[in-house]
Ligand binder design. Sequence first.
Ligand SMILES: *Cc1c(COP(=O)(O)O)cnc(C)c1O
Length: 399
Amino acid sequence: MTPDIVALDNQYILQTYGRSSFVIERGDGCYLYDTTGQQYLDCVAGIAVNALGYGDPDVTAAISQHAGGLLHLSNLYHNMSGAVLAKTLVESAPWIDRVFFSNSGAEANEGAIKFARRYARDRHGDGKSTVVAFDGSFHGRTMGAVAITAREKYRAPFAPVMPDVRFGDYNDIDQLESLISADVCAVVIEPVQGEGGLRVASLDYLQKIRALCDKFDALLIYDEIQCGIGRTGTIWAHPAEAAPDIMTIAKPLGGGLPIGAILMRQKVADTIHAGDHGSTFAGGPFVTAVAQVVFNKINTPEFLQHVQSTSDYLNESLQELMSRHSEITELRGRGLMRGIRMSLPVNDVREAGHNHHLLVATAGDDVIRLVPPLILERHHVDELVQKLDAAISDVKSAR
Ligand SMILES: *Cc1c(COP(=O)(O)O)cnc(C)c1O
């Protein structure tokens, strides 16, 4: 007899997540299946983690190949696949010189903040400790990452969190001069916001931030944990004209296994010394070998071209959907990372989607978030839009 999983969860798991009522049992490509055999089109993808969908043959082969090898080694010893993955990541953009591996997104941001504080102290002494972040930001749940996350409800119950954080208004270019000053050691920004509502930073805005960071020798940190690694149709979401000093990545990198990384310029690496930072599990041989396969598969012109053309089609289809529902007030995002802002309660739309066998996420208070597997095809887009249309219509008629 299969145990009642929902009852076990309710009794034994700390209840921090609002979970769906069905239990997912398996996945295949862009679809998930519950324990009653119902099929769902998955436009959540483990929150932008499962970029290659479910059951990718190359990921499965890599896992099988390395399963009998070294799973963990400790960072006391050289690790062959970690060194090779680091080289691959460095070669993915001209500004990257060094890599530090982590186990998660929050941990990558935590390390990035530490590196920025260390860099500022090394070059300018004490007092240059302020980190600038933005409204609508989400950077993770640890004490440093949560301190630069905008939402009060993620921070206030756990105060005091990391001090010396200043928030600005995302995309408000006129405010930047007063926001970024000599006391700032780092500016942390998502080039495309995830959790906060899928807003896209303009090129002008990022260039202005870059210029002010240069003026005050503050480090520009991009959080591409959700928007990086092919999600926007290019390997990195940020424009080459406004390259950062540090970039954090995680979600899709391990094909579902936990791994993150901090990518940085040599000038940052020069101020970090042996013993300054570390992690027991991070960058182990197994997880980096699998991540290598995932990254190589996404970082090809053909794969990225596929993401671009599917996302163009998705954008056109969403515009058409918008023309049929006045409750859709704005379309946001880029690539296969799209936000649909609406005047309907978005949680109701998400729930109604379940009845039509469609999984979508929300972002902020009023945005439906689509972050499907990057292997999504045009026929999936048609199915997605048709099901979303039905879910929106259900919520409208119930009001
Ligand atoms: C998910 C996310 C994080 C946190 O990553 P975890 O692995 O959950 O710690 C940080 N920043 C962004 C932009 C994210 O989307």
